[in-house]
Design a protein around this ligand. Structure first.
Ligand code: AHR
Length: 368
């Protein structure tokens, strides 16, 4: 009799706990439900960044990461390619496997993307190219591009150099230029090198040497140091970004030469690209860098605008280029002409440099 009651009691307990378990599972599901649907609603973006070689790159990464947040409805899968195209191709294949909604690619170099972009096209994943360009046989392999016109940047600084030399009676054959190039094969290197070569051939300048500084301060210093020992008459160091310019300035000073715009007085002029951080703008004010073509890294909001257009069924422009300034502290040249278009030179001084720096920071915050 006792054991019969025991069996009944066990059955009652089991029934209750099963019901209770069911209820708590239901409750758990109800609690998780809104989160699950939010997660499902997120637009998933696989971003293959090429590396972390410069201050420009850090700002670019920050711009992307602060734009594509979960609060704004995105899930950003970020992969750092560490300057290797193989790593970037692997990242893109991973994004395809994960079936992301969009792939955003900042390519380290231009060539060699046809196969992997065909795979993305096959998987029907739109690819947005950002910052640097790809060189592919079929341009339907990517949806669109947003970034800088690197050759235009080079045309701007070389026009500035030509006008500045005219204002100071420096003859074309007095210029002895070395080019500290960026990562070989990258659009930023190709455009800036081509721009310099074209100006040199137009104006009769002497380019003594071209060598890669890989867009870094260390390599920029090392290469400039070597070239200064090889060629005594260098008087213009054209650096394809600010970090290599920082290295070049160190090397020029270490060699016992003076950095500045006064070529006639034996100074070595430094020209550069980016103008992203405070240090670079201060170097312009102190005449360590004579002219900088701005290269704007704040692509996050621009890519977001493209994605919004695509989400609404629209078609963004195939290629869009960013408006960029030119900075100098020398007021001899107030504007330059490139392709019949006038570009004002932003003249930096101790009084206004902080305003421009703050303006850039504010732009970062508001654009994001
Ligand atoms: O592609 C943009 C270039 O890459 C920037 O000028 C440079 O600083 C960066 O590393």
């Amino acid at each position: 009799m006792k054991s019969k009651w025991l069996v009944v009691l066990i059955l009652i307990i089991c029934t209750f706990s099963a019901v209770a378990c069911g209820l708590s599972e239901d409750k758990k599901e109800q609690e998780q439900a809104p989160e699950k649907s939010t997660e499902e609603d997120l637009i998933v973006i696989g971003f293959s960044q090429l590396g972390a070689e410069s201050d420009w790159r850090s700002e670019n990464t920050k711009s992307m990461q602060s734009t594509f947040t979960e609060e704004k409805g995105y899930k950003l899968l970020f992969e750092d390619g560490q300057q290797s195209q193989t790593n970037q191709i692997t990242a893109i294949r991973r994004f395809i496997q994960q079936d992301v909604d969009y792939i955003v690619l900042a390519p380290v170099t231009e060539d060699g993307w046809d196969t992997v972009l065909s795979e993305a096209k096959e998987a029907e994943i739109p690819v947005i190219i950002v910052d640097r360009m790809v060189n592919v046989a079929d341009d339907s392999l990517y949806t669109c591009f947003v970034g800088s016109d690197f050759e235009l940047e080079a045309r701007k600084v070389t026009e500035w150099l030509n006008d500045y030399c005219k204002s100071k009676d420096i003859a074309a054959d007095e210029l002895h230029i070395v080019n500290i190039q960026g990562t070989m094969g990258a659009s930023a290197q190709i455009g800036r090198t081509n721009g310099l070569r074209k100006a040199a051939s137009n104006y009769g300048w002497d380019i003594i040497a071209e060598e890669s500084g890989e867009f870094t301060q260390t390599k920029g210093r090392e290469v400039t140091n070597k070239l200064l020992r090889q060629y005594a008459d260098i008087n213009v160091v054209y650096c394809e970004n600010d970090n290599s310019a920082f290295g070049a300035i160190q090397a020029i000073k270490q060699s016992g030469k003076r950095v500045g715009s006064n070529i006639k007085d034996g100074e070595v002029m430094v020209i550069s690209f980016d103008g992203v951080n405070h240090e670079a703008l201060l170097d312009v004010v102190s005449n360590q860098i004579s002219c900088v073509a701005e290269c704007n890294p704040l692509h996050g909001p621009r890519v977001e605008a493209i994605i919004k257009t695509l989400e609404q069924g629209g078609m963004p422009d195939k290629k869009s280029y960013v408006d960029e300034k030119v900075y100098s502290a020398q007021d001899e040249v107030s504007a330059i002409m490139v392709n019949d278009k006038k570009y004002d030179i932003t003249i930096l001084s101790e009084d206004n440099v902080i305003d421009y720096y703050i303006e850039n920071q504010m732009k970062t915050q508001t654009e994001n």
